[in-house]
Every structure is written in structure tokens, then in C-alpha cells.
Design a protein around this ligand. Structure first.
Ligand SMILES: Cc1cc2nc3c(=O)[nH]c(=O)nc-3n(C[C@H](O)[C@H](O)[C@H](O)COP(=O)(O)OP(=O)(O)OC[C@H]3O[C@@H](n4cnc5c(N)ncnc54)[C@H](O)[C@@H]3O)c2cc1C
Length: 365
């Protein structure tokens, strides 16, 4: 494909990758048709359930080194994209804070060691004492130590998804809700029949499993609460021997508390145990959370390949992008750059060594 051609492109899946790619391709002048199995305003996507953290340092502790490199792209690209969407206020780069209760401080020490090992050099964070924690987040009490990861960010992901949809519609994108599809080379199949396209992009997240036997879903449960009693300026992670919790502030006094990570494709409602653990850990961050109102209990599946890395697959007339696992907002800019370079026929494809590599196959034994 060349940069000057105008193509009829179908995007299957209006989650994070699907919306970003549809928006960019419309801006490139292509005719884009977007399909989602669910509602477009409150999509059943992992992207809707997510907390929206863009945390290259903290995520590298649990991920691969390339996650850090791709995450640095995200820190540049998101503010630029949000400005282009006339929504720069959805981007918050006030860093993130990692804390542990006094009895669990060895967890914080271990996190710091893991961070040094993952990044390959000490730095990227500032060690805080009790006064330092209080100065950053006066709403937190009883913490003697913390780590401040100054470069990290978060975004208002649900508002972002709404902005992307509005931009896609303004640019003339054709959008179909409640339209589960099969994505095939040069063709989309719906209940209504088949439709030909020059190119199909498969961005169905866990819904693409029939095409990718090695793709799995990793269950994540969250609580959404509202309170005016606590104010946080940035995501806070609580290190704990049994579970790790994060709290991410959202507009209007809302907080997302998450998330469990369970090797299960069960989408049924949150378990009582998970709900209790998230809620009780939250109140240990600040007792003022005790009166918060529970707005929502979320469950969704993070799409992951066996190596927990994203992969872009290419056949004639079909590109699949998937496997963003727990780092979708962190990795999407690098994945989108890569797919766009492929469609534009650019020689240089960012992160080709990782993204174009075949996803590891299921062992036959
Ligand atoms: C609880 C939780 C918290 C998270 N927190 C973060 C975070 O803080 N930071 C971060 O970077 N990442 C986070 N993630 C991960 C992130 O949400 C995902 O990696 C990302 O959303 C994956 O993007 P995607 O576009 O591939 O899939 P999705 O966002 O899941 O979108 C896939 C879309 O495809 C649609 N679809 C499925 N099947 C079909 C079909 N047959 N036909 C048409 N449409 C179909 C679905 O309805 C969905 O809308 C979190 C995930 C979870 C579950």
C-alpha cells in the first residue's frame, strides 16, 4: 500500500486499538468502517474496564524490558494525540506513588530492587520518607516510606474512548454497534452477510481468540467508587504480600481500584473475596475511603499471548494487532505507529523485532 492511495478499510473491534487506528486511518484519508460486538458508548472492551495508567517503570517490573521502551513512546504520543483530539485535559502526568505499610516495607524494598534490575540502572524514581509521602499526597496517612515515579502518567480513559468515537464520526467513519464480526482477509462477515474491503484490521482483543488459539484472557476485577472525602493527584500503588492494589483518581471524585489478575476467562461478576480484598486494602490507604460509595464492580479480560507481549500479524488483506495484556494504554501508541507504518508502506516499522515476531505457539506435547 502507498501513502497516497485511498482504501476501504474495516476495523473489527472498537476498543482501544480499533478506535485509535480508525481515527488515524480516517485522518490519512481512508474510508473506514468500524464494527463492535457491543455498545459503542459503554463498550464491553478491556479498554473501558481499564484504569488508564501509563506506567512504564512500574509495569516493567512485571513485564519485559521492551515494555519500558514502548512505554516511553506512549509518554510522548498521548499528550500529542489528546491535543489533536482537543482534550489535553484528559492527560495527567503527575507521576505515580508506590507505598507500603510499615509491616510490609520489605515489599517496597523488593519492588525497588526489581525496578533497578528491570531498567538496568538505578534511577527514574525518588525515595520518599513520611514527610515526602505526605507532601505529595496529604490524603494518605501512616506511610513511613514511598517511591515517587515522576515520569509516569494516567489518562481519563473512558472520556478518551468517547472523544475518539466522536472524532471518528466527525471524519465520516461508518460505525456499527452490536455487530459481532468475523475478520477475514479482505472481508468482514456479519449476521447480515459478507462485505469486501481492501484491508481488514482485526482489533477484537480477546474476541479474536478463534483466530489465535494461543491468545488467552486474564481476568481483571475492579471497584469504582465515589467520594469527596479523599483527594489524590496521581495513581497510588500499595505493595502488599498477598495482593497489590492501585487507586487511580478519575474526574468527579471517582476512583478506580484494581485490579486482580487471575488466569481465567470467566467474565462473571466480581467474587466476594476480590471485592473484600480491594475494599479493605483501599481503606488502609486512607480510612476516609470507608464512606465512599461503590459505583461499579468491573470485570474484563486482558488479551494476552503466551509471552505476554503484543504481536502484529500480517496476511494479504488482513492485519491483526493483539496481546496488549495489562499494558494497553502503555503499549498502544507503539503498536499503532507500527501498524500505520505497515499500511503506509514505510520502510521503518517501530519495534518490528518484537511486534512482527510470531506469537509463541501452544506446545503440542
Ligand atoms: C481491569 C483492567 C485494568 C487495566 N488497566 C490498565 C491500565 O491501567 N493501563 C494499561 O495500559 N492497560 C490496562 N489494562 C489493559 C488494557 O485495557 C488492554 O490491554 C487494552 O484494552 C487492549 O486493547 P484492545 O483494543 O486490544 O482490546 P479491547 O480494549 O478489549 O477491545 C476489543 C473490542 O473488540 C470488540 N469485539 C470482540 N469480539 C468482537 C467481534 N467478534 N466482533 C466485533 N467486535 C468484537 C469488543 O467488544 C471490544 O470493544 C487493563 C485491563 C483490565 C481488564
Amino acid at each position: 500500500m502507498t501513502a497516497s492511495s485511498r482504501y476501504r478499510i474495516a476495523v473489527a473491534g472498537a476498543g482501544l486499538l480499533g478506535r485509535l487506528l480508525a481515527w488515524q486511518l480516517l485522518r490519512d484519508g481512508h474510508a473506514v468502517t468500524l464494527y463492535d460486538a457491543g455498545d459503542l458508548d459503554t463498550p464491553p472492551a478491556a479498554a473501558w474496564a481499564a484504569a488508564g495508567m501509563v506506567a512504564p517503570l512500574a509495569e516493567t517490573v512485571v513485564g519485559e524490558r521492551c515494555v519500558y521502551a514502548m512505554g516511553r513512546v506512549a509518554l510522548e504520543r498521548w499528550p500529542q494525540w489528546l491535543t489533536e483530539l482537543a482534550a489535553p485535559q484528559l492527560w495527567h502526568q503527575q507521576g505515580s506513588l508506590v507505598v507500603a505499610h510499615p509491616q510490609d516495607e520489605n515489599e517496597l524494598t523488593q519492588f525497588r530492587r526489581d525496578l533497578d534490575d528491570a531498567i538496568g540502572e538505578p534511577g527514574g524514581y525518588r525515595a520518599l520518607d513520611a514527610a515526602g509521602v505526605q507532601a505529595l499526597e496529604p490524603g494518605l496517612t501512616g506511610f513511613r516510606q514511598g517511591l515517587f515515579l515522576a515520569a509516569e502518567a494516567h489518562l481519563d480513559n473512558r472520556e478518551l474512548l468517547g472523544r475518539l468515537l466522536a472524532a471518528i464520526r466527525e471524519l465520516g467513519g461508518e460505525c456499527h454497534a452490536h455487530a459481532p464480526v468475523e475478520a477475514r482477509p479482505g472481508e468482514i462477515e456479519t449476521d447480515a452477510g459478507r462485505r469486501a474491503f481492501d484491508l481488514v484490521l482485526d482489533c477484537r482483543g480477546h474476541g479474536a481468540r478463534p483466530r489465535h488459539p494461543t491468545l488467552r484472557g486474564v481476568r481483571g476485577e475492579t471497584l469504582h467508587v465515589h467520594t469527596d472525602e479523599v483527594a489524590l493527584s496521581r495513581p497510588v500503588r500499595l505493595m502488599h504480600p498477598r495482593y497489590q492494589l492501585y487507586v487511580v483518581p478519575k474526574p468527579g471524585g471517582r476512583f478506580v481500584i484494581g485490579a486482580t489478575s487471575i488466569e481465567s476467562e470467566d467474565r462473571s461478576p466480581i467474587s466476594l473475596q476480590s471485592s473484600l480484598e480491594l475494599a479493605s486494602a483501599l481503606t488502609t490507604l486512607s480510612p476516609a475511603f470507608a464512606e465512599a460509595r461503590i459505583l461499579e464492580q468491573g470485570v474484563n479480560l486482558r488479551p494476552a499471548f503466551r509471552d505476554n507481549l503484543p504481536h502484529v500479524t500480517r496476511e494479504d488483506g488482513l492485519i491483526g494487532a493483539n496481546g496488549l495484556f495489562r499494558h494497553g494504554y502503555l503499549l498502544a501508541p507503539a503498536v499503532v505507529d507500527h501498524v500505520l507504518a505497515e499500511i503506509r508502506g514505510e520502510g521503518q516499522r517501530p519495534f518490528a523485532a518484537v511486534l512482527s515476531a510470531a506469537a509463541p505457539q501452544e506446545s503440542l506435547s
